[in-house]
Design a protein around this ligand. Structure first.
Ligand code: APR
Length: 308
């Protein structure tokens, strides 16, 4: 039997995720959105593209959550995107209501689903899903670290002219401007970034990575990034459905790791059929740990505002 993945929010990120996923031919797909006709239209358009690329999956769109019944994975991208000048935290209250509704509406139809949450502010929205549905924490993952690390890899590749396949970068922490690109653990074909790049160029890459989302927002002017966030979703979905035990940076619920508790935070997680199988801990320097704590403060403050 084919797996089923439902994507809540058929906007730019949700529909692009469906596109990347359809190309991987790993699950039937359902797009749900509040806008009438839009998820149906996008789903049909994508379904009609599949003969061209030779992929056999079904893609349906709906305004009714009943269409999501029996999903293996629910991806939540529903919400308002950032506009220029807006921080991810500005979205906090509006998106909390949307994510809460999407969680309540989906969990009744897919009681065994694993959730991947993308709506921003992402670390807090993953917390909203977890607490709303009362799930075991291994079934809720926030997507951010794959994206942030991919951005850093792209910037290193652009600087050095080396294939992205040789570049491994790890970005931890909250999905905000205080995220922590781990330059010590990042490398090009095993050579630490700190050895291959002069300090000023490395610093520029770290800075651009931290502000990577904002850079796209100010260029697009009418929305936020979607190709890279959606590609990150597809990688995580595939890791789960194929039970790959793939380690990726992603937001997981912490129970003491890195000295943090009751918070979703970007850390290396192992993904498999059960969701988060394991959280890995780096031996961090005092400076890295301090940066991580600073990033965690912002996430904790927002969680506190929600009174869950
Ligand atoms: N239920 C379902 N869909 C909803 C709801 C809801 N209650 N509220 C809004 N939506 C839909 C909108 O109709 C829209 O189609 O969510 C979709 C969001 O899509 P876009 O506006 O295109 O935003 P996008 O760029 O995809 O970003 C979505 O992901 O990366 C984050 O910060 C980003 O929080 C934002 C989210």
């Amino acid at each position: 039997m084919k797996s089923k993945v439902s994507i809540i929010g058929a906007g730019m990120t949700g529909s692009t995720a469906a596109h990347w996923l359809a190309e991987r031919e790993i699950a039937d797909l359902v797009l749900v959105d509040v806008v009438e006709g839009m998820p149906q239209g996008k789903a049909l358009d994508l379904q009609e593209a599949l003969p061209v690329i030779g992929k056999d999956v079904s893609v349906t769109g709906s305004n009714d959550y009943a269409a999501t019944a029996g999903s293996d994975i629910i991806v939540i991208t529903a919400g308002l995107p950032r506009k220029p000048g807006m921080s991810r935290d500005d979205l906090l209250f509006a998106n909390t209501n949307i994510v809460k509704k999407a969680t309540e509406a989906t969990i009744q139809y897919s009681p065994d689903a694993i959730y991947i949450v993308l709506t921003n502010p992402l670390d807090v929205m993953a917390y909203v899903t977890l607490k709303t549905a009362g799930l075991d924490p291994h079934r809720v993952i926030g997507q951010a670290g794959v994206l942030d690390s991919a951005r850093m890899r792209a910037f290193v590749s652009m600087d050095l002219g080396v294939s992205i396949e040789n570049i491994h970068c790890y970005v931890l922490g909250g999905h905000g401007d205080n995220m922590v690109p781990l330059t010590r653990a990042s490398n090009v074909a095993g050579i630490p970034l700190e050895d291959i790049l002069p300090a000023d160029r490395l610093e520029a890459i770290v800075d651009r990575t931290r502000k990577g989302g904002g850079e796209i927002v100010s260029l697009l002017k009418t929305g936020s990034a979607y190709y890279a966030p959606a590609a990150a979703i597809a990688q995580m979905v595939e890791a789960i459905l194929k039970d790959k035990h793939l380690i990726v940076p992603a937001a997981a619920y912490l129970t003491g790791q890195y000295g943090l508790k009751d918070i979703f935070f970007g850390v290396p997680v192992q993904l498999g059929r059960k969701g988060v199988e394991k959280v890995y801990e780096y031996q961090l320097s005092d400076q890295e740990m301090a940066a991580l704590k600073k990033s965690a403060e912002g996430v904790k403050e927002n969680i506190a505002k929600l009174n869950f």
